[in-house]
Write a protein that binds this ligand. Structure first.
Ligand code: ZN
Ligand code: ZN
Length: 444
Protein backbone atom coordinates (compact mmCIF):
# COMPACT_ATOMS: atom_id res chain seq x y z
CA UNK A 1 0.00 0.00 0.00
CA UNK A 2 3.08 2.22 0.10
CA UNK A 3 2.22 3.49 -3.37
CA UNK A 4 -0.91 5.08 -1.92
CA UNK A 5 1.07 6.84 0.82
CA UNK A 6 1.20 9.81 1.43
CA UNK A 7 -1.30 10.93 -1.26
CA UNK A 8 -3.86 8.62 0.36
CA UNK A 9 -3.44 10.51 3.63
CA UNK A 10 -4.44 13.72 1.92
CA UNK A 11 -7.46 12.11 0.22
CA UNK A 12 -8.66 10.45 3.46
CA UNK A 13 -8.04 13.64 5.45
CA UNK A 14 -10.08 15.70 3.00
CA UNK A 15 -12.84 13.05 3.00
CA UNK A 16 -12.93 13.22 6.77
CA UNK A 17 -13.11 17.04 6.89
CA UNK A 18 -15.74 17.18 4.11
CA UNK A 19 -17.84 14.54 5.88
CA UNK A 20 -17.77 16.41 9.18
CA UNK A 21 -18.69 19.69 7.45
CA UNK A 22 -21.65 18.06 5.67
CA UNK A 23 -22.81 16.53 8.95
CA UNK A 24 -22.58 19.87 10.78
CA UNK A 25 -24.34 21.72 7.95
CA UNK A 26 -27.21 19.21 8.03
CA UNK A 27 -27.56 19.63 11.77
CA UNK A 28 -27.58 23.41 11.48
CA UNK A 29 -30.13 23.45 8.68
CA UNK A 30 -32.63 20.99 10.10
CA UNK A 31 -31.71 20.75 13.75
CA UNK A 32 -31.47 17.56 15.77
CA UNK A 33 -35.23 17.22 15.99
CA UNK A 34 -35.59 17.49 12.23
CA UNK A 35 -33.08 14.75 11.71
CA UNK A 36 -34.82 12.48 14.24
CA UNK A 37 -38.07 12.93 12.36
CA UNK A 38 -36.16 11.85 9.27
CA UNK A 39 -36.93 15.02 7.38
CA UNK A 40 -35.79 14.63 3.84
CA UNK A 41 -33.31 15.31 2.40
CA UNK A 42 -31.31 16.44 5.45
CA UNK A 43 -31.16 13.14 7.32
CA UNK A 44 -29.80 11.39 4.23
CA UNK A 45 -27.26 14.15 3.70
CA UNK A 46 -26.21 13.88 7.34
CA UNK A 47 -25.85 10.10 7.05
CA UNK A 48 -23.66 10.52 3.96
CA UNK A 49 -21.49 13.05 5.82
CA UNK A 50 -21.11 10.70 8.77
CA UNK A 51 -20.23 7.79 6.48
CA UNK A 52 -17.63 9.85 4.60
CA UNK A 53 -16.05 11.00 7.87
CA UNK A 54 -15.90 7.41 9.18
CA UNK A 55 -14.40 6.15 5.93
CA UNK A 56 -11.82 8.95 6.07
CA UNK A 57 -10.86 8.06 9.65
CA UNK A 58 -10.65 4.38 8.79
CA UNK A 59 -8.45 5.11 5.78
CA UNK A 60 -6.16 7.31 7.86
CA UNK A 61 -5.81 4.64 10.53
CA UNK A 62 -4.98 1.94 7.97
CA UNK A 63 -2.40 4.10 6.16
CA UNK A 64 -0.72 5.29 9.37
CA UNK A 65 -0.58 1.74 10.77
CA UNK A 66 0.78 0.35 7.51
CA UNK A 67 3.62 2.90 7.43
CA UNK A 68 4.25 2.55 11.17
CA UNK A 69 4.39 6.34 11.74
CA UNK A 70 2.91 8.56 14.40
CA UNK A 71 -0.06 10.81 13.63
CA UNK A 72 2.18 13.90 13.73
CA UNK A 73 4.57 12.54 11.11
CA UNK A 74 1.65 11.38 8.95
CA UNK A 75 0.21 14.93 9.05
CA UNK A 76 3.57 16.34 7.89
CA UNK A 77 3.82 13.74 5.10
CA UNK A 78 0.29 14.65 3.93
CA UNK A 79 1.07 18.38 3.94
CA UNK A 80 4.28 17.78 2.00
CA UNK A 81 2.35 16.28 -0.92
CA UNK A 82 1.59 19.93 -1.72
CA UNK A 83 5.17 21.19 -1.24
CA UNK A 84 6.72 23.28 -4.02
CA UNK A 85 7.83 21.31 -7.08
CA UNK A 86 10.66 22.93 -9.04
CA UNK A 87 10.54 23.48 -12.78
CA UNK A 88 12.97 22.09 -15.34
CA UNK A 89 15.35 24.07 -17.54
CA UNK A 90 15.74 23.70 -21.28
CA UNK A 91 19.34 22.84 -22.25
CA UNK A 92 19.78 26.27 -23.88
CA UNK A 93 18.96 27.94 -20.54
CA UNK A 94 21.84 26.24 -18.68
CA UNK A 95 25.11 28.24 -18.76
CA UNK A 96 27.42 26.65 -21.39
CA UNK A 97 30.01 24.17 -20.12
CA UNK A 98 27.96 23.01 -17.14
CA UNK A 99 25.48 20.29 -16.19
CA UNK A 100 22.55 21.25 -13.99
CA UNK A 101 22.29 18.69 -11.18
CA UNK A 102 19.32 18.61 -8.80
CA UNK A 103 19.78 17.48 -5.23
CA UNK A 104 19.30 17.65 -1.50
CA UNK A 105 22.06 18.42 1.01
CA UNK A 106 20.05 17.59 4.13
CA UNK A 107 18.23 14.25 4.19
CA UNK A 108 17.74 12.24 7.39
CA UNK A 109 17.71 8.46 7.28
CA UNK A 110 17.03 5.66 9.74
CA UNK A 111 19.23 3.91 10.65
CA UNK A 112 21.49 5.61 11.78
CA UNK A 113 18.80 8.15 12.85
CA UNK A 114 16.47 6.85 15.55
CA UNK A 115 13.35 5.13 14.18
CA UNK A 116 11.04 7.26 16.36
CA UNK A 117 12.59 10.40 14.85
CA UNK A 118 12.91 9.41 11.18
CA UNK A 119 10.36 7.13 9.53
CA UNK A 120 12.22 6.37 6.28
CA UNK A 121 14.96 3.78 5.62
CA UNK A 122 17.51 3.34 2.85
CA UNK A 123 15.36 1.56 0.27
CA UNK A 124 12.39 3.92 0.52
CA UNK A 125 14.78 6.89 0.44
CA UNK A 126 16.35 5.66 -2.79
CA UNK A 127 12.90 4.99 -4.28
CA UNK A 128 11.70 8.48 -3.33
CA UNK A 129 14.86 10.11 -4.69
CA UNK A 130 14.35 8.31 -7.99
CA UNK A 131 10.68 9.25 -8.25
CA UNK A 132 11.41 12.92 -7.45
CA UNK A 133 14.22 13.11 -10.03
CA UNK A 134 17.13 13.84 -7.70
CA UNK A 135 20.68 13.60 -9.05
CA UNK A 136 22.44 13.74 -5.66
CA UNK A 137 21.51 13.28 -2.01
CA UNK A 138 23.55 13.81 1.16
CA UNK A 139 22.46 11.66 4.10
CA UNK A 140 22.63 13.68 7.30
CA UNK A 141 21.77 11.54 10.33
CA UNK A 142 22.00 13.51 13.57
CA UNK A 143 25.07 13.23 15.71
CA UNK A 144 24.58 14.87 19.08
CA UNK A 145 27.59 17.09 19.74
CA UNK A 146 27.05 17.43 23.53
CA UNK A 147 27.26 13.60 23.78
CA UNK A 148 30.59 13.41 21.97
CA UNK A 149 32.53 13.56 25.27
CA UNK A 150 31.68 9.85 25.54
CA UNK A 151 34.04 7.51 23.67
CA UNK A 152 31.26 4.91 23.65
CA UNK A 153 28.90 7.35 21.89
CA UNK A 154 31.59 8.24 19.35
CA UNK A 155 32.04 4.54 18.60
CA UNK A 156 28.27 4.13 18.29
CA UNK A 157 27.94 6.86 15.65
CA UNK A 158 31.03 5.59 13.82
CA UNK A 159 29.51 2.09 13.72
CA UNK A 160 26.21 3.56 12.47
CA UNK A 161 28.00 5.43 9.70
CA UNK A 162 29.96 2.34 8.64
CA UNK A 163 26.81 0.21 8.59
CA UNK A 164 25.11 2.77 6.33
CA UNK A 165 28.12 2.88 3.98
CA UNK A 166 28.12 -0.94 3.88
CA UNK A 167 24.38 -1.12 3.14
CA UNK A 168 24.69 1.52 0.46
CA UNK A 169 27.40 -0.49 -1.29
CA UNK A 170 24.94 -3.38 -1.71
CA UNK A 171 22.26 -1.22 -3.43
CA UNK A 172 21.86 -0.05 -6.98
CA UNK A 173 21.28 3.69 -6.60
CA UNK A 174 20.15 3.98 -10.21
CA UNK A 175 22.80 6.59 -10.94
CA UNK A 176 21.89 8.84 -8.00
CA UNK A 177 25.03 10.22 -6.35
CA UNK A 178 24.93 9.58 -2.61
CA UNK A 179 27.21 11.03 0.07
CA UNK A 180 26.79 9.66 3.61
CA UNK A 181 27.48 12.66 5.87
CA UNK A 182 25.97 13.91 9.13
CA UNK A 183 24.19 16.77 10.87
CA UNK A 184 26.28 17.76 13.88
CA UNK A 185 23.49 18.81 16.20
CA UNK A 186 23.83 21.06 19.23
CA UNK A 187 20.44 22.45 20.23
CA UNK A 188 22.14 25.12 22.34
CA UNK A 189 24.26 26.53 19.51
CA UNK A 190 23.14 25.31 16.09
CA UNK A 191 23.21 22.50 13.53
CA UNK A 192 26.03 21.87 11.03
CA UNK A 193 25.72 19.82 7.84
CA UNK A 194 28.72 17.69 6.89
CA UNK A 195 28.96 16.44 3.30
CA UNK A 196 31.40 14.88 0.81
CA UNK A 197 34.37 14.46 3.23
CA UNK A 198 36.02 11.50 4.98
CA UNK A 199 33.65 11.31 7.93
CA UNK A 200 35.11 7.99 9.11
CA UNK A 201 38.58 9.48 9.48
CA UNK A 202 37.44 12.78 10.98
CA UNK A 203 35.48 10.90 13.66
CA UNK A 204 37.99 8.08 14.19
CA UNK A 205 40.69 10.56 15.14
CA UNK A 206 38.63 12.44 17.75
CA UNK A 207 40.20 12.20 21.23
CA UNK A 208 38.85 12.99 24.71
CA UNK A 209 41.20 15.96 24.86
CA UNK A 210 39.96 17.26 21.51
CA UNK A 211 36.33 17.11 22.61
CA UNK A 212 37.18 18.87 25.87
CA UNK A 213 39.26 21.74 24.51
CA UNK A 214 39.34 22.09 20.71
CA UNK A 215 36.49 20.23 18.99
CA UNK A 216 36.85 22.68 16.13
CA UNK A 217 39.68 20.36 14.94
CA UNK A 218 37.06 17.68 14.18
CA UNK A 219 35.37 20.03 11.71
CA UNK A 220 38.69 21.34 10.35
CA UNK A 221 39.81 17.76 9.74
CA UNK A 222 36.58 16.95 7.90
CA UNK A 223 37.05 20.05 5.75
CA UNK A 224 40.68 19.06 5.02
CA UNK A 225 39.52 15.69 3.65
CA UNK A 226 37.39 17.38 1.00
CA UNK A 227 34.29 17.89 3.10
CA UNK A 228 32.08 20.94 3.15
CA UNK A 229 30.23 22.36 6.15
CA UNK A 230 26.89 24.13 5.91
CA UNK A 231 25.00 26.06 8.57
CA UNK A 232 21.50 24.59 8.71
CA UNK A 233 18.21 26.51 9.21
CA UNK A 234 20.21 29.47 10.63
CA UNK A 235 17.32 31.74 11.67
CA UNK A 236 14.83 29.07 12.72
CA UNK A 237 13.29 30.19 16.01
CA UNK A 238 9.81 29.61 17.50
CA UNK A 239 7.47 32.35 16.28
CA UNK A 240 3.75 33.06 16.11
CA UNK A 241 0.84 30.93 17.27
CA UNK A 242 2.25 27.63 15.96
CA UNK A 243 5.39 28.22 18.08
CA UNK A 244 4.04 25.59 20.49
CA UNK A 245 4.45 23.05 17.68
CA UNK A 246 7.82 24.37 16.53
CA UNK A 247 9.13 25.24 19.94
CA UNK A 248 12.78 24.23 19.50
CA UNK A 249 15.20 27.05 18.75
CA UNK A 250 17.34 25.56 15.97
CA UNK A 251 19.01 28.82 14.95
CA UNK A 252 22.71 29.48 14.53
CA UNK A 253 23.38 31.39 17.73
CA UNK A 254 26.27 33.50 16.37
CA UNK A 255 23.53 34.99 14.12
CA UNK A 256 20.66 35.18 16.59
CA UNK A 257 22.58 35.77 19.84
CA UNK A 258 25.85 37.40 18.73
CA UNK A 259 26.45 38.75 22.23
CA UNK A 260 27.01 35.22 23.59
CA UNK A 261 30.53 33.72 23.66
CA UNK A 262 30.20 30.61 21.48
CA UNK A 263 32.17 27.40 22.07
CA UNK A 264 35.37 26.98 20.08
CA UNK A 265 33.90 24.55 17.50
CA UNK A 266 31.00 26.93 16.74
CA UNK A 267 33.42 29.82 16.17
CA UNK A 268 35.53 27.62 13.88
CA UNK A 269 32.53 26.49 11.79
CA UNK A 270 31.25 30.06 11.63
CA UNK A 271 34.40 31.07 9.76
CA UNK A 272 35.01 28.02 7.55
CA UNK A 273 31.46 26.98 6.55
CA UNK A 274 31.17 26.73 2.77
CA UNK A 275 27.46 27.34 2.68
CA UNK A 276 24.38 28.58 4.50
CA UNK A 277 21.13 26.63 4.14
CA UNK A 278 19.05 29.48 2.76
CA UNK A 279 16.27 27.08 1.74
CA UNK A 280 14.97 24.52 4.21
CA UNK A 281 11.91 22.78 2.79
CA UNK A 282 10.43 22.07 6.23
CA UNK A 283 10.81 25.67 7.39
CA UNK A 284 9.22 27.04 4.18
CA UNK A 285 6.37 24.57 3.83
CA UNK A 286 5.49 24.03 7.48
CA UNK A 287 6.54 27.01 9.63
CA UNK A 288 6.40 29.87 7.12
CA UNK A 289 3.26 28.57 5.46
CA UNK A 290 1.47 28.28 8.82
CA UNK A 291 2.80 31.46 10.49
CA UNK A 292 3.04 34.02 7.67
CA UNK A 293 1.28 32.35 4.72
CA UNK A 294 4.38 33.32 2.72
CA UNK A 295 6.49 30.25 1.98
CA UNK A 296 9.46 32.39 0.93
CA UNK A 297 9.68 34.68 3.98
CA UNK A 298 12.49 32.76 5.74
CA UNK A 299 14.26 32.30 2.43
CA UNK A 300 14.51 36.06 1.87
CA UNK A 301 15.47 36.64 5.49
CA UNK A 302 18.30 34.09 5.39
CA UNK A 303 19.58 35.39 2.05
CA UNK A 304 19.74 38.92 3.51
CA UNK A 305 21.67 37.54 6.46
CA UNK A 306 24.01 35.63 4.15
CA UNK A 307 24.76 38.79 2.14
CA UNK A 308 25.67 40.59 5.36
CA UNK A 309 27.86 37.73 6.50
CA UNK A 310 29.76 37.59 3.19
CA UNK A 311 30.52 41.31 3.40
CA UNK A 312 31.48 41.10 7.10
CA UNK A 313 33.68 37.99 6.80
CA UNK A 314 35.05 39.04 3.37
CA UNK A 315 34.79 35.53 1.91
CA UNK A 316 32.53 33.64 -0.46
CA UNK A 317 29.60 31.72 1.02
CA UNK A 318 27.28 29.58 -1.14
CA UNK A 319 23.51 29.34 -0.81
CA UNK A 320 22.50 25.72 -0.15
CA UNK A 321 19.21 23.87 0.24
CA UNK A 322 17.97 20.90 2.22
CA UNK A 323 14.68 19.05 2.47
CA UNK A 324 15.41 18.27 6.16
CA UNK A 325 13.07 15.37 5.51
CA UNK A 326 12.41 13.06 8.45
CA UNK A 327 9.45 11.42 6.69
CA UNK A 328 8.11 10.15 3.40
CA UNK A 329 8.86 13.15 1.16
CA UNK A 330 11.82 14.51 -0.77
CA UNK A 331 12.31 17.28 -3.33
CA UNK A 332 15.18 18.67 -5.37
CA UNK A 333 15.93 21.80 -3.33
CA UNK A 334 19.52 22.63 -4.31
CA UNK A 335 20.66 23.03 -7.92
CA UNK A 336 24.32 23.13 -8.89
CA UNK A 337 26.18 23.90 -12.10
CA UNK A 338 28.65 21.01 -12.18
CA UNK A 339 31.39 20.27 -14.69
CA UNK A 340 30.51 16.56 -14.72
CA UNK A 341 28.14 14.11 -13.05
CA UNK A 342 30.11 13.12 -9.95
CA UNK A 343 30.10 13.82 -6.21
CA UNK A 344 33.46 15.60 -6.58
CA UNK A 345 31.95 17.91 -9.20
CA UNK A 346 28.89 18.64 -7.01
CA UNK A 347 31.21 19.46 -4.13
CA UNK A 348 33.35 21.71 -6.34
CA UNK A 349 30.26 23.55 -7.62
CA UNK A 350 29.09 24.27 -4.06
CA UNK A 351 32.60 25.30 -2.99
CA UNK A 352 32.71 27.77 -5.89
CA UNK A 353 29.18 29.06 -5.30
CA UNK A 354 27.60 27.84 -8.57
CA UNK A 355 24.30 27.14 -6.85
CA UNK A 356 20.69 28.18 -6.66
CA UNK A 357 17.88 26.98 -4.43
CA UNK A 358 14.17 26.10 -4.62
CA UNK A 359 13.90 26.41 -8.41
CA UNK A 360 16.58 26.01 -11.09
CA UNK A 361 15.39 29.05 -13.08
CA UNK A 362 17.76 31.17 -10.97
CA UNK A 363 20.70 29.00 -12.11
CA UNK A 364 20.31 30.38 -15.64
CA UNK A 365 21.65 33.70 -14.24
CA UNK A 366 24.85 34.88 -15.99
CA UNK A 367 26.70 38.19 -15.98
CA UNK A 368 29.74 39.76 -17.63
CA UNK A 369 31.81 42.88 -17.90
CA UNK A 370 30.79 44.54 -21.19
CA UNK A 371 32.51 42.78 -24.08
CA UNK A 372 33.80 39.82 -22.04
CA UNK A 373 32.44 36.25 -21.70
CA UNK A 374 29.47 35.29 -19.54
CA UNK A 375 29.96 33.83 -16.02
CA UNK A 376 27.48 32.00 -13.75
CA UNK A 377 26.71 32.47 -10.03
CA UNK A 378 29.80 32.23 -7.83
CA UNK A 379 32.06 34.08 -10.30
CA UNK A 380 34.24 37.06 -9.35
CA UNK A 381 34.39 40.07 -11.66
CA UNK A 382 36.62 43.03 -10.88
CA UNK A 383 37.48 46.56 -12.03
CA UNK A 384 34.15 47.35 -13.61
CA UNK A 385 31.50 50.04 -13.38
CA UNK A 386 28.95 48.11 -15.41
CA UNK A 387 27.58 44.61 -15.40
CA UNK A 388 25.51 42.99 -18.14
CA UNK A 389 23.02 40.45 -16.79
CA UNK A 390 20.86 37.77 -18.39
CA UNK A 391 18.41 35.27 -16.87
CA UNK A 392 17.16 33.25 -19.89
CA UNK A 393 14.77 30.94 -18.01
CA UNK A 394 12.29 33.40 -16.49
CA UNK A 395 11.39 36.97 -15.58
CA UNK A 396 13.79 37.94 -12.82
CA UNK A 397 14.41 40.42 -10.03
CA UNK A 398 18.02 41.59 -9.72
CA UNK A 399 19.35 42.29 -6.24
CA UNK A 400 22.50 44.14 -5.22
CA UNK A 401 23.65 43.64 -1.62
CA UNK A 402 20.15 42.44 -0.71
CA UNK A 403 18.25 45.34 -2.32
CA UNK A 404 16.08 44.81 -5.41
CA UNK A 405 17.53 47.13 -8.05
CA UNK A 406 15.88 46.07 -11.33
CA UNK A 407 13.32 43.81 -12.99
CA UNK A 408 14.51 41.83 -15.97
CA UNK A 409 11.95 40.42 -18.43
CA UNK A 410 12.69 36.94 -19.75
CA UNK A 411 14.93 36.90 -22.82
CA UNK A 412 16.29 40.42 -22.31
CA UNK A 413 19.58 41.80 -20.99
CA UNK A 414 20.05 44.41 -18.30
CA UNK A 415 23.06 46.64 -17.74
CA UNK A 416 23.57 47.40 -14.06
CA UNK A 417 25.79 50.22 -12.84
CA UNK A 418 27.99 49.13 -9.92
CA UNK A 419 30.19 51.42 -7.83
CA UNK A 420 33.90 50.89 -8.43
CA UNK A 421 35.96 50.11 -5.35
CA UNK A 422 32.96 48.71 -3.48
CA UNK A 423 31.97 45.04 -3.20
CA UNK A 424 28.62 44.30 -4.86
CA UNK A 425 26.91 40.96 -4.32
CA UNK A 426 24.59 40.54 -7.29
CA UNK A 427 21.90 37.85 -7.04
CA UNK A 428 18.64 37.08 -8.82
CA UNK A 429 15.22 35.73 -7.91
CA UNK A 430 13.47 33.99 -10.79
CA UNK A 431 10.35 31.80 -10.92
CA UNK A 432 10.51 30.96 -7.20
CA UNK A 433 14.25 30.26 -7.35
CA UNK A 434 17.11 32.18 -5.73
CA UNK A 435 20.73 32.24 -6.93
CA UNK A 436 24.01 32.51 -5.07
CA UNK A 437 25.76 35.82 -5.75
CA UNK A 438 28.18 36.93 -8.43
CA UNK A 439 30.95 38.90 -6.70
CA UNK A 440 31.64 42.26 -8.36
CA UNK A 441 34.62 44.43 -7.36
CA UNK A 442 35.13 42.39 -4.19
CA UNK A 443 38.60 41.73 -2.76
CA UNK A 444 37.93 38.03 -2.30
ZN1 ZN B 1 18.73 20.54 12.07
ZN1 ZN C 1 18.01 18.07 9.98
Amino acid sequence: MTWFYPQGLLVCGLLCVAGVLVLLASLLLTGWRGLRRRKLPSWRTAACGLLAALLGVLGLRVLVAERGVTGGYAAIDARMVLAYRPSTLAPAEIPPGFLLLRGDLHCHISPPDEAYHVSRGLDSTLALARSEGLDFVVFTPHIWVPSMWSAAYRQEILDGHRALVHELATRDTGGILISPGAEATDDSWGHVGMAFGDYDRALREVTDNEVATHLGDFFQRYRATGGILTIHHPLEQPRGLPARFFAVDMSWRPFTYPQLAAPEQIQVVHHIATGIETYNLGVSEMKDWAVTGDRESSLREVFARMDGEILAQKRKIAATGGSDSHGYFLRPVLFVLARERSLAAVREAIDEGRTCVRDPAACSFVARKPGESWSPAGASLSNTRQLEIQVPAADATILRNGQAVASLPRGQSHTLSVPPGECSLVRVQAHGGYSSPIYVNCEF
